[in-house]
Design a binder for this molecule. Structure first.
Ligand code: FES
Length: 788
């Protein structure tokens, strides 16, 4: 890069850097010695590469140049997850004011046309800065809460069924034209309180609006687009005027009109007019596109399609994975309000940013095996398709509900659906993304409702809000079941199609459902994690138990199919400990054996202590002896070989970590022995919570300030923080909801926490910077501030 009139350019770089630096207010040199690399110079979000697959198109950037300047677009492009989330988090530094700005400015002729319609699109929830934005959002958000959205479920289902009825016997359909466009549009109109008439016109206007805002219409198209947008604007105004005459209806716009009466300075006329138009597009188009993308993706992965047909409980998470893998919002825009650095790159004040959320959703740093489409992915709801923070899409749970219902109805009524041969086209634009047509076909003779009409009477309940990992089950088949010791059955479980099972680490467990009994049991994995096709567990029959282990002994025979959840690890081994003391009592050997195997593989200094009543009832003895030799210490009571843990643990050692699993009396004794050890030296496996149910008479309500979202919520005495967050439409993952697993962890920025989980160590609790939302509370009813 040079400042001379004829700059010397790095080879392959087509950009006149000096001119660029001068006109775009760019630093004269970027980290590569050149502000614009050759790849960055070629970046074209309107080209076929981006339109077909945005995350793939910017893979090079995610890998090598996560923030780059695009001279063709005049934007800085940001591609990694953490950077994009940080941008969403800070809407003062990164203003949303350009989110709806025309990405390609229209010419004077089109502007003149718009002016003839009185077009005066103003700020909306999407592109408004503080301090105006949050007061409006707070006033207008109630109709989006899960509680309120429930009322719309019957309407969405009725509409979906009506549309499916129209083509179910045809054997072929374009799902976009025949269902996925119009149903979300009608739902959007219902939600907003808009009459259904003029649907065709609205449809055309809505497409024009997308092209007008996010696309690059050719000069000759701009005038036609401007007419359509102007008409859209005027129609929105007329509908609003009608509503004003009777604002008592159930729609969101009527709600806004009623709020205008109490908050006239917040909910203004011009704001409502703009929101009416933006709301139709936002509520309709993103959902239509997301649904088309989801069907396309699922039908391109027939195994996943088959699985959701067989188990509709998987649908909510499948929806989330579709939104992650191929969402309908490929990118958003922000404006830097001050000089700032993103990933070490200096971004001058006034710079425009294209934040490629679809790329963030494929960031390996956030999503393991990110390109893999996995409908059981546990952190799929971390996707940024809905944005994040105070500008996160308010309608996200309405969209999720619609997508679940579309999938649920079609998997039940047309499980034999297939994607037809076709090539996909997209309306060229940077942000909204979905195929214009989606042709599918099926053999109508095989429609299940022809032989089983009562299947139309069923409907699987919708989950409003982010999915619960608790519902994500997986079928396995019992490969072998062998007697491992008195009362202990050792099972090898494999996937029915012979495919690899998810990877696991020592300390992991799975939940096994006991048929239709409603019982499920947790079992630690005890095999070799390197054996990817099999999970091994050992099941102790507990005659005085509630029947789960007895069911397993009776039914888990070779060839039997079981449903499992997980694996999950609440009992992770610290592989960098100087020394490990591994202690198992009875069936507690299962996780401990996996830890010992790993310690051996890593060449760690470890001891393995295994105690039981007698060798007859101690599983795995031979293989443990073969693997661990003299590191294994067997304490069989009937041989008089009782373990003396008081002596073993008499001298504390700072670098030693103790892991124990076994009966409660053993764990209590070990806790006593370790009282003089450093805090957290002893880690034990917890399968059951000691929490008990929330007793409102003993609890206090407290205020939680959600810094990223810009709202405060009150957590009443009879509600958990997790439940209160969900009621406020905040996504927080959860699994056990008993303080055992750590999946609901939230970061705490201020305030004292009353920790009630068994996940955090004492040191982590003392740090006072995170808490489990499912069980922990603010101390003494005081305020806490969360990074949410
Ligand atoms: Fe498991 Fe909260 S959901 S600790």
């Amino acid at each position: 890069m040079s400042q001379s009139p004829t700059p010397s350019r790095p080879s392959g770089c087509p950009i006149d850097h000096t001119a660029l630096a001068a006109t775009q207010n760019l630093p004269s040199q970027g980290p590569t010695g050149c502000p614009v690399s050759a790849r960055a110079a070629e970046f074209d979000p309107f080209g076929d590469g981006y339109q077909q697959d945005p995350p793939e198109y910017v893979r090079w950037a995610r890998d090598q140049e996560p923030v780059f300047y695009s001279p063709k677009l005049g934007y800085w492009v940001v591609t990694r997850y953490e950077d994009i989330k940080a941008i969403f988090r800070d809407n003062l530094t990164f203003s949303p004011s350009i989110a709806l700005e025309k990405i390609t400015p229209t010419g004077p002729e089109a502007n003149a046309v718009l002016a003839t319609y009185g077009y005066a699109m103003n700020r909306t929830l999407v592109n408004e800065d503080e301090p105006a934005h949050m007061p409006r959002r707070r006033v207008l958000m109630d109709p989006f809460t899960p509680e309120e959205l429930k009322h719309h479920e019957p309407m969405v289902r009725r509409l979906t069924r009506e549309y499916v009825d129209r083509f179910i016997n045809d054997g072929r359909a374009d799902l976009v034209d025949q269902m996925l466009w119009e149903v979300p549009l009608t739902v959007a109109l219902h939600f907003l309180g808009v009459p259904e008439e003029d649907m065709d016109l609205l449809r055309q206007y809505s497409i024009a609006h997308t092209v007008n805002t996010w696309g690059r219409p050719k000069p000759e198209e701009q005038v036609a687009v401007a007419h359509a947008v102007g008409n859209f604007w005027q129609l929105a105004g007329k509908i609003l005027d009608k509503m004003r005459q009777d604002p008592s209806g159930p729609g969101w716009m009527q709600y806004g009109l009623r709020k205008q009466q109490t908050h006239p300075e917040v909910v203004t006329d011009s704001y409502l007019h703009s929101m009416m138009m933006a709301g139709i597009v936002a509520a309709h188009e993103t959902t239509a596109n997301a649904s088309a993308n989801a069907f396309k993706l699922l039908l391109q992965h027939p195994d996943a399609w088959r699985e959701i047909c067989e188990d509709p409980d998987l649908i909510p998470n499948a929806v989330e994975e579709c939104l992650r893998h191929n969402g309908s919002v490929a990118a958003w825009r922000r404006l830097a309000t001050r000089d700032v650095e993103i990933a070490g790159i200096a971004i001058p004040a006034g710079s425009k940013l294209l934040i490629v959320t679809s790329s963030a959703n494929h960031d390996e740093g956030q999503f393991a095996d990110a390109d893999l489409f996995d409908i059981r992915r546990e952190n799929a709801s971390d996707q940024l398709t809905f944005g994040y923070g105070s500008h996160q899409c308010m309608g996200k749970n309405l969209a999720r509900m619609e997508m679940q219902i579309f999938l649920e109805e079609l998997t039940r009524r047309l499980p034999h659906l297939k994607l037809s041969e076709q090539s996909f086209t997209y309306v060229p634009n940077t942000s909204f993304r979905g195929p214009e047509h989606l042709w599918v076909e099926w053999d109508a003779e095989r429609n299940p409702e022809r032989s089983a009409p009562d299947l139309l009477d069923h409907a699987h309940p919708v989950r409003i809000g982010e999915p619960s990992s608790h519902a994500i089950t997986r079928p396995v088949v019992v490969q072998s079941a062998v007697h491992a010791a008195d009362g202990i059955l050792r099972l090898r479980l494999a996937s029915p199609d012979g495919k690899p099972l998810p990877r696991w680490t020592p300390g992991s467990h799975i939940d096994v459902e006991c048929g239709d009994t409603g019982l499920s049991r947790q079992y630690s994995l005890c095999g070799d994690p390197a054996e990817t096709g099999v999970f091994e567990i050992a099941v102790l029959k507990e005659p005085d138990g509630r029947g789960g282990s007895a069911w397993m002994h009776d039914h888990a025979v070779p060839g039997a199919r079981l449903r499992i959840r997980g694996p999950r690890n609440h009992f992770r081994m610290n592989e960098s400990a100087e020394k490990l003391i591994l202690i198992a009592g009875g069936i507690g050997i299962t996780p401990i054996s996996a830890m010992a195997r790993r310690a051996r593989e890593l060449g760690l200094d470890y001891q393995l202590h295994y105690s039981g009543r007698s060798r007859r009832c101690m599983a795995m003895l031979d293989e443990l002896a073969a693997l661990h030799g003299d590191k294994l210490h067997v304490h069989a009571k009937d041989e008089g070989l009782r373990a003396d843990y008081a002596e073993l643990l008499a001298a504390p050692h700072a670098g030693t970590q103790i892991y124990a699993c076994g009966p409660q009396n053993l764990l209590d004794a070990l806790a006593g022995c370790c009282a003089v050890w450093p805090e957290d030296a002893l880690r034990v496996e917890h399968f059951h919570s000691t929490l008990g149910t929330l007793d409102p008479s003993k609890e206090q309500s407290f205020e939680a300030v959600l810094k990223d979202s810009g709202i405060s919520i009150t957590v009443p005495a009879d509600q958990t923080l997790l439940a209160a967050l969900r009621s406020a439409n905040i996504d927080v993952q959860s699994d056990c909801e008993e303080g055992l697993c750590g999946s609901c962890e939230v970061r705490v920025l201020e305030g004292d926490i009353d920790h009630r989980d068994v996940v955090l160590t004492r040191t982590e609790r003392d740090a006072n910077n995170k808490m489990m939302a499912c069980c922990s509370r603010a101390c003494g009813g005081k305020k806490i501030v969360l990074e949410l």
